[in-house]
Design a protein around this ligand. Structure first.
Ligand code: FES
Ligand code: FES
Length: 141
């Protein structure tokens, strides 16, 4: 059902009750942080994942978004979708799927793109951190 303003009810729901708003300690080795900006509008999104090292599974996720309602709802959905998944799996999440899920209008596609980029950046950050720690451990051995 569409609302009076033309937004899908899921958008309104995620906007009014965003899931997983918050921050993890970015220095925690089990945390990956993705910080991305949209050049088109200057909005910024931070999405963080917490990874179980043994299984490579994302056990928790949170976000902070300084941006429009569509960016907030997209990040809220993104945190819900990545939880419980493997890191490789979440790399395949497409912004178009998020946009479709929320019935975002075409002008708001770049907002969902922020969420896709933020997921990828968070995974990259986690992996880079892990590689650095392994390298350090090797150096100390
Ligand atoms: Fe929340 Fe679909 S309505 S993820
Ligand atoms: Fe920029 Fe939505 S208008 S992220």
């Amino acid at each position: 059902m569409a609302t009076a303003r033309g937004y899908h009810e899921r958008v309104v729901d995620h906007y009014n009750n965003p899931r997983n708003v918050g921050s993890f300690d970015k220095n925690d080795p089990s945390v990956g942080t993705g910080l991305v900006g949209a050049p088109a509008c200057g909005d910024v999104m931070k999405l963080q994942i917490k990874v179980d090292e043994e299984s490579g599974k994302i056990v928790d996720a949170c976000f902070k978004t300084f941006g429009c309602g569509s960016a907030i709802t997209s990040s809220s959905v993104a945190t819900e979708w990545v939880k419980g998944k493997q890191m490789e799996e979440v790399l395949t999440i497409k912004n178009t799927e998020i946009a479709k899920h929320l019935s975002l209008p075409p002008v708001k596609l770049h907002c969902s793109m922020l969420a896709e980029d933020a997921i990828k950046a968070a995974v990259r950050d986690y992996e880079a951190k892990k590689a650095k720690l392994a390298w350090k451990a090797e150096g100390e051995a």
